[in-house]
Each structure stands twice: as structure tokens, then as C-alpha cells.
Design a protein around this ligand. Structure first.
Ligand SMILES: [Fe+2]
Length: 382
């Protein structure tokens, strides 16, 4: 499918093939002679045949062919949407009054993709995003599950997540990983509500019929800071390992403190000739994405400088850590401020612009790592 998308196109009504390296497209027969513009429909078939197919438990492919194999690019179901924090926050705080955490296990309002309708547990095809509330003194019991998750802390201090025995403090903007199969529970020893954003590859696991969780009591934690404060304190450094010692953990660093991310973005932006900056969150031992199917980047958007990424085959959800601005996605403009979130479908034409005098900081959650593993991640010029 990849080679078809890359090397075949319809130009001026003819099927054209791109040469393997560089050169002109070679166009052959009119495409109408090779590819039917209009395929047969179910209604074209006699009723007795349709009834017989239904009894036999089969259906014809051709009436639905273009739905699943459209020409040249996918047709996304996902519709771009802005979820204003000012709208969601009061509902979440009210959920804190209406539903005790024991009755919710995880007190979350999820972002429902309007392309899939109210109640859709996904913001894009593969990305689930929810906003979770934990009140002072509350705990969310330990569990582990097949989908991977990451949190971005939205507001409040004093909460923590324990992941496989490491206690990870949660400060605004921090990215905290809970990869699939890792035990995690949450606690809150602060004095005000804490809200964070959960991003999971849940839709993918639901589709695979592979999503489930296992519960356990709250974890005891190690009496040491987490690896982001010890082994992986400085970029470019990792612990020396003797060959006879165990290999590094698959997920060696679970917490990416925002203060460090913002400082790194500001340093890059100070030396990149006046453009905006974007940094990947990576596994410090491998340089690969920090989770198997979801990727995360932190962006510094410089005021007055438009950022127009290529058309990416990946879908994305953006979360504004700080600053104001707007993003135009396929012609529709979302105006955003701190703590807002918005989505973009695959192959979206995107333009970000920070407003005002200060830079804006946005975290991009995307599914590039999944598409790369499946061998079809693609970027197209605009
Ligand atoms: Fe979980």
C-alpha cells in the first residue's frame, strides 16, 4: 500500500507512475480504463442475491471498496476540535462533588472526537485523552493494563504517581509515563485539587481486543528520587553498565520534568535563528520514542512566527502548557490559551501561531511511533 501511495497518482485523468528515484512521472492509459470511477452499489444487486448473501454471512466488497481504500490518501473520521479548559474544568470539579473516587476508580472526563460523536472514547483514531481530577487526600488504586499511558500535569501540586515502585512527583507541565504492563497508582498529599491529562493508546488496544487491566493494593515506593533526578539527570548521560549486568529497563525514565523541558526549549530557541523550537521526548537509553505507539514533543512557538509542519500521516492531540495563540487546521482556526487541548486528524494542514509578546508552549501527542513500526509513516510537502 505504501508503494502505491508514493508512486502512483492520477494526473490529468491518467494513471501515472513515479520512477523509483528522480525523473518525470510516466503516464499511461486514461484512468477510467483501469480504475472504475463509480463502483457498483448494493442496490444494483437483485434482492434475492442480497438475501442469499445475508443468509450465507457474506457481503460484497465493491460497494464499500472506496470507503476502506480511497485513492491517494486516507479519509479521516477524526474531526479537529478544541476543548477549552474553562469549559471542562468546572465539570471536572463538579464530578469531584458528585462521584467519590471510590465510585470512579479514575475520575476522568474524556475528550470525545466530534467525528465519532458524543461518548466516543477517543480524540483521534488511536489517541485517547482524558482529564483526571484527584482531590487532596485521595488515592487512585494500583493497576496495570495493556495500553500505555502518559500524564501531562495541568494544575495543582502535591500529587504523585507511583510507577513500578518509583514515586514520581507531579508538577504542572511534567510528562509522566505509565507504559503498558507497569503498575501505577496515584496519591495526593497537597491541599488543592490536582488535574492532569491522561493520554493513552486505548483505542488501538480496544480495536485489537487486547485491552484489559489488573488491580492490586497501593504500592510501597523506593526511598530515593526517581531516575529523572538520578541516572538521567543530564541530557546525553546514562549510567555506565558492566557487560555482565542487566540491560537497562525498557522504560528507564518515567518522568520528564517540565522545568527542564522549558529550559531546553528556550536554549534551543535562543540559538536557532529566530524560528520556533520542537523537542522530542525520548527513551534516554535508546533515543527512540518514550512509548511504543505514542510520541510526544514539546514546542516553543515564537510570537509572530507561523509554524507550518508538513502534512503528516500521524494524528495528534495538542495540549497548551502556557501562552496564547491560534492554530488553523484544515482551514478552521482554534484560538487557544493555557491548558486548552485540540486535535488534528491525519494529513491535516496545520499552522500554529503564538499571540502576544511571549512564547507559547505546547505539547504534541501523536501516533508516529505506531505508524513507523507499521512501516507507513509519511510526511508530504504542502
Ligand atoms: Fe491506568
Amino acid at each position: 500500500m505504501q508503494s502505491n501511495i508514493d508512486t502512483v497518482a492520477i494526473i490529468s485523468g491518467s494513471i501515472c507512475h513515479k520512477p523509483p528515484l528522480i525523473g518525470n512521472w510516466k503516464c499511461g492509459a486514461p484512468w477510467e480504463t483501469i480504475v472504475s470511477k463509480v463502483l457498483g452499489t448494493l442496490a444494483d444487486l437483485p434482492q434475492d442475491y442480497r438475501d442469499a448473501m445475508a443468509r450465507a454471512g457474506v457481503a460484497p466488497l465493491w460497494p464499500q471498496m472506496r470507503n476502506v481504500l480511497p485513492h491517494h490518501a486516507p479519509v479521516p473520521v477524526t474531526k479537529s476540535h478544541l476543548w477549552a479548559y474553562a469549559d471542562v474544568r468546572p465539570l471536572l470539579l463538579r464530578a469531584g462533588e458528585l462521584t467519590p473516587v471510590e465510585k470512579a476508580e479514575r475520575r476522568v472526563l474524556f475528550l470525545a472526537d466530534p467525528g465519532r460523536g458524543q461518548g466516543a472514547m477517543q480524540a483521534t483514531s488511536t489517541i485517547y485523552v482524558g482529564l483526571q481530577l484527584l482531590l487532596p487526600g485521595e488515592t487512585a488504586p494500583a493497576h496495570k493494563h495493556t495500553p500505555s499511558a502518559a500524564r501531562i500535569v495541568v494544575e495543582g501540586d502535591g500529587a504523585y504517581t507511583i510507577v513500578d515502585g518509583d514515586k514520581l512527583p507531579m508538577h504542572a507541565g511534567d510528562l509522566i509515563l505509565t507504559p503498558g504492563g507497569c503498575w501505577h497508582d496515584h496519591g495526593h498529599s497537597g491541599t488543592a485539587p490536582v488535574i492532569w491529562l491522561d493520554a493513552l493508546d486505548l483505542p488501538l488496544f480496544v480495536y485489537l481486543e487486547g485491552s484489559y487491566a489488573v488491580e492490586a493494593p497501593l504500592q510501597a515506593h523506593r526511598n530515593r528520587p526517581d531516575p529523572s533526578e538520578v541516572e538521567y539527570r543530564a541530557a546525553g548521560h546514562a549510567p555506565v553498565r558492566r557487560r555482565d549486568r542487566a540491560a537497562p529497563a525498557a522504560y528507564p525514565m518515567m518522568r520528564f520534568p517540565w522545568a527542564r523541558t522549558e529550559a531546553a526549549l528556550r536554549h534551543v530557541a535562543a540559538h536557532n535563528g529566530g524560528t520556533s523550537a520542537e523537542l522530542d521526548y525520548i527513551n534516554p537509553e535508546t533515543g527512540q520514542s518514550c512509548l511504543p505507539t505514542m510520541g510526544f514533543t514539546a514546542m516553543l512557538l515564537r510570537p509572530g512566527v507561523a509554524v507550518r509542519p508538513p502534512l503528516r500521516s500521524a494524528s495528534a492531540v495538542y495540549h497548551v502548557v502556557g501562552g496564547h495563540g491560534s492554530t488553523t487546521i484544515n482551514g478552521a482556526t482554534h484560538t487557544w490559551g493555557p491548558k486548552d487541548s485540540f486535535s488534528a486528524p491525519v494529513f491535516a494542514a496545520i499552522e500554529h501561531k503564538a499571540a502576544g509578546d511571549a512564547p507559547a508552549f505546547v505539547i504534541r501527542i501523536h501516533d508516529t511511533p505506531l505508524q513507523e513500526k507499521l512501516g507507513y509513516y509519511e510526511e508530504r510537502e504542502r
